[in-house]
Structure formats: C-alpha cells, structure tokens
Write a protein that binds this ligand. Structure first.
Ligand code: NZQ
Ligand code: ZN
Length: 403
C-alpha cells in the first residue's frame, strides 16, 4: 500500500456528443472515424418501439452511409451472436460498427470490431489473446448510441459476453485501447422508456463501479475519492426523481453522465482496484443469467460487512459522513455500521431491489463451485492488491450471508 497515487497512463479519446441534439452529429461523428459502411448492432426491439431505430436509419440514408445490421442481442450477450454479426460485417465489408442500445449491445459491437480482422470467430480471438489485452489498432472503429446508463461501456475499454459454445457457459471478454468507442452519442431522452427494473439495475451497476474504485487501499487518491463521493451523491439525489418522473431530463442526464465517467478509467487509474464484488457476481451471472445490477445490489452490503476491519474503517466513515450524511461525531465503528445499513437501505428500500440471492432463483448448492473463481491465477493476482483480499472460503461465506 502506498500513500500516494501510483504512476499510470490514461487515454480516453472517446468523443462524446451529449444532450438532446446529440444525433445531429451522428453522420459527422461516423464519417470522422472513416465510416462509410456501417453495421448496426441492436437488441430485442426496444429501439424499434421508441422510434430510435427509424431515426438512426433515416440519418444514415440521408447522409449516404451504407448500413447492414445484426439484431436480437440479448442481455448477457452471446458469443454466437457476435459471430453472426461478424459474418454479416465481413460479407458487407463494413468499416464502422454502430451499437444502439445498452451494455450488452455495445459489448457485442466491440466483439465484432475487435475480431473483424482476425482470422476466426470471437472465441478464437479470446484463445489467441489468452488473457492479454488486445493492443492492436487493427480493429474497426466503434460508435455507440446509449439507451441504458449502467455499464459505462460507451466510454470503456472492455467488453463482456457469454461463451455459449461450451455446455457450461462462462463469461468471457477482452479489453484494449482501440476497442474503446471512438464516439458516443448520449441523449438522456433515449432513457425515458426504461422500466423501473432496468433503471435501478443500471444505477446499481454504476454505483458498483464507483464502489469498486472507492474501496481501495490507495489512501493518496484524494481526488478519486471525493469525485467518487460526488458521483454517488448524484445517483442518490437523482434516481428517486427518475423513478417518480421517468421523463425528467435533469435526472436522466445526471445519471447518464455519471455512468459514463464511473467506468472510463478516471477514478480507477492510480487506485488499486480489484473488482471484488464483480468477481463475486460474475460466476452467478454465468450460471443463472441474472441481471448484473441486481446481483451486485444484493452482494455489495454483504461484501462491505465482510471487508470491514479496524484498519480500514476510515473508508466506511468517509462514505457514511460525506455521502449519507451520518453524524461525524459518532464513534467510528458505529458510523461504519450505519454506513453499511444506509447502502443496504438504498438498494432495498429506495431502489426496491431484491435483497437475497434466493430471490433471484439461485440455488446455494452452486456457491462452492462459483467460489473456485478465487483460485484462478489472474483473480489471485488482482485480489492480492484488493481492499481486503478474498479467498475461496471468504467468497463462500459472503454468498451464504447474501443467500
Ligand atoms: O434488447 P432491448 O430490446 O434493447 O432491451 C434491453 C434489454 O432487455 C433493455 N433496454 C435497453 N435500453 C432500453 C431498454 N428498454 C427500454 N428502453 C430503453 N431505452 O434493457 C435490457 C437490458 O439491456 P442490457 O444491455 O443487457 O443491460 P446493461 O446495459 O446493464 O448491460 C449488461 C451487460 O453488460 C456487462 C454485463 O456483464 C452484462 O453482460 N458489463 C459490461 C461492462 C463493460 N463493458 O465495461 C462492465 C459491467 O460491469 C458489466 O459487466
Ligand atoms: Zn458492472
């Protein structure tokens, strides 16, 4: 543990067009990055219901931009769907990938972009990379039109998808500087149609990305911590407003922008971030296809309770006092406990999210198997730098507490 920021490199070249006029820049944004033949990537049809699909196609047509498409990307997207998109993209010799949707759609678009020039499918690329980042710039440029603030994938370097070519599905993904979207169009109005369940799951994921950075042993990252607190306060202020009034622009805009900056590296770089709660959630997600944000919401307070130690109370105290307004004059241990209660209360009572893993239909028989993730050498390396490193036994105990 150091008392100062570690050396780091950050490069976030995603051009953002934010606001009601974002799509006025769609053609210009695509063309700037060499796009003249586009593959549109989208999900199960929400963009057709809202009319966004027609708007996008009209803009492409009016600007002479060729387009083909792959649709039906499902939540927790499949490698086989990415390969379907790859075939269509290659047949049509596209030069740009445009995702219109949430994280699953964007991550699939990144899969197509990353594997396009590779001789094989996306899982062949994964095998070739063998855990190494994709450093090559021989990828297609990606643009995104975000409709669900959650993952931050619209500004982030990585993607996540499910390897459905094996009997026991596993989550896969790769990351690299050049698959970070080149341009993203963020119009908060496109999120008005989100259901309550999708809105809160998205907010929960954003919060989790912030917590993963915030619960760090790097005490010198003062700016990171205060920024993270500002982001959390933004979500706490605006989520109830968005739930009450789904078309409240100010609320949707604040949530959307927080999501993008919560996972673009800004509060991660220079911190020790080991993605502890995501590492706990992913194996459940592989087995049960649960909603990512719901799994995180259930696990987070239990992980916080487990990780609390006399030497790291300061972080709980800062969170409680600066974000949840807990009285700073109380004893530290009491503030820490109240902080965990406040987080739990926010998820369960303000957002109305499920409280227990059993509520998601998860069988506790899988816990030992899920926890084997913590034997994996990459995970062990990540965990060695964690706020509190987790073993297989620790993971099982957290799953059981959350059951
Ligand atoms: O498929 P459609 O019809 O579009 O419906 C989607 C989908 O059913 C719907 N939706 C999206 N925008 C909507 C809308 N419905 C109405 N109105 C709108 N405006 O929402 C449903 C869920 O969409 P999905 O894209 O799956 O959600 P999310 O953005 O939460 O993405 C989750 C995926 O991202 C991965 C997760 O593991 C999961 O696979 N993650 C990606 C990360 C990254 N790339 O950096 C980091 C995250 O930690 C996460 O792991
Ligand atoms: Zn996440």
């Amino acid at each position: 543990m150091t008392q100062y920021l570690d050396d780091f490199m950050i490069w976030v070249p995603t051009q953002i067009f934010f606001g009601k006029t974002a799509l006025d820049h769609l053609a210009e944004g695509i063309k700037r990055f060499g796009g003249s033949r586009v593959i549109l990537v989208y999900g199960g049809g929400s963009i057709k219901k809202t009319g966004l699909y027609d708007t996008v196609v009209k803009i492409l047509d009016e600007n002479g931009i060729f387009h083909c498409e792959v649709s039906g990307v499902q939540p927790n997207p499949l490698a086989s769907k990415i390969d379907e998109g790859l075939r269509i993209a290659r047949e049509n010799r596209v030069d740009f990938v445009l995702a219109v949707g949430g994280g699953s759609v964007i991550d699939s678009a990144k899969g197509i972009a990353g594997a396009y020039y590779f001789d094989g499918g996306v899982m062949d690329l994964m095998e070739h990379q063998n855990g190494r980042p994709l450093e090559t710039d021989k990828v297609l440029p990606t643009g995104t039109i975000l409709t669900l603030p959650a993952t931050g994938s619209e500004m982030a370097t990585g993607n996540t998808f499910v390897n459905d070519y094996v009997e026991k599905h596993t989550k896969a993904g790769f990351h690299g500087p050049y698959i970070r979207p080149r341009v993203s169009f963020l119009n908060p109005e496109f999120t008005y149609s989100l259901s309550r369940k999708q809105t809160v799951a998205g907010v929960s994921d954003i919060m989790s990305h912030i917590f993963e950075s915030y619960f760090s042993n790097e005490k010198g990252s003062y700016l990171h911590a205060r920024t993270a607190e500002g982001m959390l306060r933004t979500l706490i202020k605006y989520t109830p407003i968005a739930l009450e009034e789904p078309d409240n622009y100010e609320a949707r805009a604040n949530i959307m922008y927080t999501g993008s900056w919560g996972n673009n590296g800004y509060i991660v770089k220079g911190n020790y971030v080991s993605w502890s709660v995501h590492l706990l959630e992913n194996p459940l997600n592989e087995r049960y296809n649960i909603t990512h944000g719901e799994g995180l919401a259930i696990l987070t307070p239990h992980w916080m309770r487990w990780a609390k130690r006399p030497e790291n109370l300061y972080r709980y105290v800062e969170l409680g006092v600066n974000v949840f307004g807990i009285d700073a004059a109380l004893p530290e241990e009491e503030i820490a406990d109240k902080t965990i209660e406040a987080v739990e209360n926010f998820y369960a009572n303000v957002l109305g999210m499920p409280r227990r893993l059993r509520d998601l239909g998860i069988d506790q028989a899988c816990f030992e198997d899920c926890a084997t993730r913590f034997e994996n050498p990459t995970t062990v390396t990540y965990q060695s730098m964690a706020f509190v490193p987790m073993t297989v036994e620790d993971a099982v105990s957290i799953y059981k507490a959350a059951y």
